[in-house]
Design a protein around this ligand. Structure first.
Ligand SMILES: *[C@@H]1O[C@H](CO)[C@@H](O)[C@H](O)[C@H]1NC(C)=O
Ligand SMILES: *[C@@H]1O[C@H](CO)[C@@H](O)[C@H](O)[C@H]1NC(C)=O
Length: 347
């Protein structure tokens, strides 16, 4: 039996286990979601196999999960009569921070100049920055960067963040606990992706799992991710907040990015947040990243920023982008339709 067959069997076993553990949640079109979840799991394991044997012929970009962005960009351009620019940054398994950050930052800097906008027929007063998941991390980070950089004359009218990851300080938030085995993005996978953003060295992943990866000298940052203070009551459920347990300084020395507000937008100061423009935030109930978004909403509002917050009770991580046949969901189509209406009104 070749490695692929083994993969498939392992995937099936995993899928069966995940189905068992997550089916109690409240989903629309649950069986379709199960099938998508299974396929993603199989693709993911197959991708890891190929990467392990360094088979360069297999491009991650060709997987179905990455196609919706082009569909989405086309829909946005048609529906909003807008210029949609989607920078194609380096894939995270091959390149590590700050490669993606630098390339997106260079792109945004050069694009948000009056001459460039004029060339593409873009109204400088009607620019917005958006992204989903790790793309929303970059979108939130870029918005902060653009607002703070006097060399960038054009400022966005709003930012739109679809279930962003905004911090790596606390990986034991109520949303992480509730969705440990959640659809499409279970906790272990979220941690793997976050850590592979920085490195393939497994020590970061291990440290994030124990949630004792931040040394006491960074204790001042914990107030920015203090869910006891920043989460609305109904999301705290029965969870009890405990103050952080500090670790050795080894991990932060190796990967200083994990405490850098430049790439962890939730760690930015109040004075930075108070400068941010109107914000659209979408969070999903069944998503490990839910509380990152919820806490950012609280902090933005505390700092006088106007926020339009859409919380999807039946939503899960990825539910915004399942739009390509046969993997399309009614929920995704509705969310995107609402999103376009909001953008249309506010841009
Ligand atoms: C999804 O939408 C289609 C067409 O609008 C409808 O027939 C179907 O019942 C919907 N499914 C669910 C689960 O809402
Ligand atoms: C978190 O907030 C609670 C109040 O809700 C407070 O008692 C606790 O000291 C705070 N902890 C940190 C680390 O900020």
């Amino acid at each position: 039996m070749g490695p692929k067959a083994v993969c498939l069997m392992i995937s099936c076993a995993l899928v069966a286990w995940h189905m068992h553990t997550t089916f109690s949640a409240n989903y629309e079109e649950p069986w379709k979601i199960m099938i998508i979840h299974s396929l993603v799991r199989i693709c993911q394991i197959t991708v890891s196999q190929y990467i392990l044997v360094e088979d360069e012929s297999m491009s991650i970009k060709s997987f179905p999960a990455f196609l919706p962005y082009e569909t989405f960009a086309r829909w946005a351009a048609n529906r909003l009569d807008a210029v949609v620019v989607a920078p194609d940054y380096q894939q995270f398994l091959k390149y590590h921070h700050p490669t993606q950050w630098n390339s997106v930052s260079d792109f945004v800097k050069s694009f948000l100049q009056p001459e460039t906008l004029a060339k593409y027929g873009v109204d400088p007063n009607r620019v917005c920055i958006t992204g989903d998941s790790s793309g929303a991390t970059l979108a939130a980070a870029m918005t902060q960067q653009v607002i703070g950089d006097s060399e960038i004359p054009i400022k966005p009218k709003f930012q739109a963040l679809i279930y962003p990851a905004l911090q790596m300080l606390d990986t034991d938030l109520p949303s992480y606990r509730e969705n440990e085995y959640g659809m499409l993005l279970p906790k272990y996978l979220a941690i793997k992706i976050m850590s592979e953003f920085y490195t393939t060295d497994e020590s970061l992943q291990q440290a994030l799992k124990t949630n004792q990866h931040i040394p006491a000298e960074y204790s001042h940052l914990f107030k920015f991710v203090n869910w006891s203070a920043l989460l609305p009551e109904r999301f705290k459920k029965g969870y009890v907040y405990t103050n952080p347990i500090y670790g050795s300084s080894e991990i932060v020395k190796k990967f200083p990015g994990i405490v850098d507000p430049t790439i962890n937008p939730l760690l930015a100061s109040d004075s930075m947040l108070s400068l941010l423009p109107l914000t659209y935030m979408l969070t999903c109930q069944h998503d490990v990243l839910r509380d990152d978004g919820l806490m950012y909403v609280t902090r933005l509002r505390n700092n006088g920023v106007q926020v339009f917050h859409e919380h999807i009770e039946k939503g899960f991580h990825g539910s915004f982008f399942l739009i390509n046949w046969p993997f399309h969901l009614n929920l995704s189509l509705r969310l995107i339709d609402n999103f376009f209406s909001w953008v249309d009104e506010n841009l």
